[in-house]
Design a protein around this ligand. Structure first.
Ligand code: SF4
Length: 424
């Protein structure tokens, strides 16, 4: 329900979404348009003001994103800055709600009972609560390195910790932890704790992402119970009616399970190779799409990156998944290997993707290489005297690969993947 009105001479919009149990208020506050959005439990989610979007992650940090000189810019705020933004949103809500209660603010409709609940919860989310929530998050999760962009609204369940390889020189996400698979009991405890922590925020989430980096490397006999537990702990929060997508799934006589389905990463190169039958079993348990860091179709570049395996391994894995009814997300690393590898990277990546049986359920992501000083890649690139691609050259490399891709009638989605934009 959207309530429109006038408040202190300015337009105000109050959006109360019953299904998502969310509250959004947008009006002029302290001289600027401020939009403040909250989950059902009162947890702040997004603030937008003066051309900057502030996204709060579940660990209490806040990413600010804006455009400058035609380029996207971003910065993680300090905790004090993040709490200051939260306080600004809270002050807005307090003032608006006081005027709703006194009758000074009247919109084109009455605030529904859920709206009152959501206002009260969001106002009660003070600094102490915000800090306590972030601490609780850290007791439940190890830091979540990355998710594919279409999974930012998933609920992450860490079935494994770390990456079974941890060798890729351009990746530092999991250097802080050895790889291990959780036992079913430990996983159930974790899943229950996540559910309790997410609370009413569950209505804004879509499906389960099995973390960490390489969850699908788990052997079938251990993976099946883990997926069964995920389905048990996370049935559709809307009950048997479910979302539109659940109803479509029922219509197609497919598994609904964890309501939006289950998603995960796989390195795609090695580990236990699963067959199409294995993937069909996992699809029946709700597995919808697996994201594979293919990076490149050029074998010497993969070796330079210390990526385990060969390009053909990725092709084999993609074919097995597709034959088993599981969609794929193929991730290509743009700019990898600089100018030295550029031509062969484009040529062999096109050739490899063109052999994949991709369709409209699949996604191809182009992820621009982000090099930081602590990466072994920076050291190796300097030793090999590699000239890096500029951002403009990376855009051109992506364009060249896209231009060479050939699909049938049913085309995969092709999109950008900027790891710096990730917020969970
Ligand atoms: S397999 Fe993936 S998560 Fe593991 S080190 Fe390589 S890029 Fe990082």
């Amino acid at each position: 329900m959207v309530i429109l009105g006038t408040w202190h001479g300015n337009r105000i919009t109050i959006s109360v979404r019953e299904r998502e149990r969310s509250l959004t208020v947008s009006t002029i506050w302290e001289g600027h348009l401020l939009t403040a959005a909250y989950e059902g439990g009162g947890r702040p989610r997004t603030f937008i003001t003066q051309g900057t979007v502030y996204r709060r992650s579940l660990d209490g940090r806040m990413l600010a994103k804006w455009r400058e000189g035609g380029r996207r810019q971003r910065r993680w705020l300090s905790q004090d800055e993040a709490l200051e933004i939260e306080a600004r949103g809270r002050a807005l809500l307090q003032a608006v709600y006081a005027d709703i209660q006194s009758g000074a603010l009247r919109g084109n409709a009455e605030l529904p009972p859920l709206g009152h609940t959501l206002f009260r919860r969001a106002i009660a989310w003070d600094e102490e609560k915000s800090r306590a929530d972030a601490n609780r998050y850290r007791q439940i999760y190890l830091p979540i390195g990355i998710l594919p962009p279409d999974q930012y609204s998933a609920i992450v369940l860490q079935a494994t910790l770390g990456c079974s390889f941890n060798t890729c020189t351009f990746c530092t996400f999991y250097r802080d932890r050895p790889f291990r698979i959780k036992s079913p009991e430990e996983f159930r405890q974790h899943a229950e704790a996540v559910k309790d922590f997410i609370g009413e925020g569950i209505y804004l989430r879509q499906g389960i992402f099995l973390g960490d980096a390489n969850a699908l490397v788990i052997p079938m006999k251990r993976l099946v119970p883990i997926m069964e537990i995920a389905n048990e702990v996370f049935p559709s929060p809307w009950g048997s009616i479910g979302r539109k997508s659940d109803r479509a799934a029922v219509h197609l006589k497919t598994h609904t399970g964890a309501w939006g389905g289950i998603y995960a990463f796989l390195d795609g190169f090695s580990g236990e190779k699963k067959s199409p039958d294995d993937y069909a079993k996992l699809a029946a348990l709700g597995l919808k799409r697996v994201y594979i860091g293919m990076e490149s179709g050029h074998a010497p570049l993969l070796h330079f990156l210390h990526k385990p395996g060969e390009p053909e391994d990725v092709l084999h894995t993609v074919k097995a998944m597709k034959a088993g009814g599981v969609a794929v997300g193929v991730i290509v690393l743009i700019g990898a290997g600089g100018h030295f590898y550029a031509k062969a990277h484009v040529r062999d990546t096109i050739a490899l993707i063109n052999q994949m049986p991709l369709d409209s359920r699949d996604i191809i992501y182009f992820s621009e290489l982000v090099v930081t000083e602590d990466m072994p890649y920076a050291r190796d690139a300097a030793a090999a005297d590699l000239k890096p691609l500029t951002h403009e050259e990376c855009v051109e490399q992506e364009r060249a690969i896209r231009a060479g891709l050939r699909f049938g009638e049913s085309k995969p989605l092709i999109s950008r993947y900027d790891i710096r934009e990730f917020v969970y």
